[in-house]
Design a protein around this ligand. Structure first.
Ligand code: SF4
Ligand code: SF4
Ligand code: SF4
Length: 311
């Protein structure tokens, strides 16, 4: 087929239009992850925690993480608020009561174990453009290092500031966070932290049963807990749930709405991704047009459209 400028312009229009339309619809969001009715979770009763750090140690050992500078027997570390990082998938913090009130437990510090909340509709999953983070139907949010490109959008997206990056390993850095010990629980095992806790602060089980248990504890112990199960509704719900005798914002939990943030981050990320694809197509088309233009300038005898082609 003879290629002329009009044919090329028609062809380029046909290619460009879907690219531009695709760019304009980039904010379309995908379906939220499907979660099984049997999905598991963990209920953390912070009123039972004594801050012994055995959970931190068990997690560190199970996952072969670097040993901390101070031993797990060192209790002074509790005096400074810490965040989970690439060598500590979970940390325990100590919060002094700010608001002595009628609740019976408010005359002592609260100890709170933090880790990834394994959100029902996780921002980290939504922000990851290569699918390196996925929400499993049975609860855990897991990471595939082989897919990760190190963009760290997950770190920006997480409302709990959980994913950590191995900046100290420039050749093989990975994103690190609590795995929910999914390699063990899928075979009927327990998360190491829940297994070791001498106070049975964490109850592992079916998420729907944990919500019932939390409500029963609140009903059976009037005055012991604030009337709030953290994670029941926050950011669309989380696999890890918490009970407390203190308002959650005074024991390190961010005050978050019930709306799922992923749809927004997803729109941004996928928008960027699609707009990235569109310019590549357009640049290819524009490059081709420039090539044709130069070609016809040098070879005007081939330009049939300028010789009366009206089609
Ligand atoms: S092992 Fe249990 S009691 Fe000890 S710090 Fe962890 S959650 Fe608290
Ligand atoms: S807490 Fe953060 S890292 Fe964990 S699942 Fe939710 S968004 Fe992802
Ligand atoms: S569930 Fe597993 S990975 Fe997560 S904090 Fe507990 S022991 Fe660590």
């Amino acid at each position: 087929m003879e290629m002329n400028r009009r044919y090329f312009l028609k062809l380029s229009g046909a290619i460009a239009a879907p690219l531009l339309i695709k760019g304009n619809t980039s904010a379309l969001a995908s379906e939220p992850p499907r979660i099984s009715a049997e999905a598991v979770g963990c209920l953390v009763d912070t009123t039972e925690c004594v801050g012994c750090r055995k959970c931190e140690q068990a997690c560190n050992e199970r996952h072969g993480l670097d040993k901390p500078r101070e031993s797990f027997e060192e209790m002074t570390v509790l005096e400074n608020e810490r965040r989970p990082d690439e060598t500590s998938y979970t940390v325990v913090n100590k919060y002094y009561p700010k608001n002595i009130g009628s609740l019976t437990w408010r005359n002592r510090p609260s100890f709170v174990k933090f880790q990834c909340m394994h959100c029902n509709d996780p921002s980290c999953v939504s922000a990851c453009i290569v699918g390196a983070l996925t929400k499993q139907p049975d609860g855990p949010v897991i990471y595939d290092a082989a897919k990760c490109i190190g963009c760290r959008y997950c770190m920006i997206a997480c409302p709990f500031q959980i994913p950590a990056y191995e900046y100290g390993k420039p050749l093989t850095p990975q994103v690190r966070k609590c795995t929910f010990c999914f390699e063990y629980i899928k075979d009927g095992g327990l998360p190491a932290c829940a297994q070791v806790c001498p106070r049975e602060v964490m109850t592992f089980g079916r998420h729907s049963d944990l919500l019932k248990l939390a409500r029963r504890k609140m009903k059976d112990n009037p005055g012991k807990y604030v009337d709030h199960i953290y994670g029941e509704y926050e950011v669309g719900g989380t696999s890890w749930l918490y009970l407390s005798s203190e308002p959650f914002e005074s024991i390190g939990f961010p005050k978050l709405g019930t709306k799922v943030p992923p749809r927004l981050t997803e729109a941004i990320q996928h928008g960027l991704f699609q707009y990235f694809a569109a310019p590549i197509g357009l640049f290819a088309i524009l490059g081709g047009m420039m090539w044709f233009s130069n070609f016809y300038k040098k070879n005007p005898e081939n330009n049939t459209s300028e010789k009366g082609d009206k089609t």
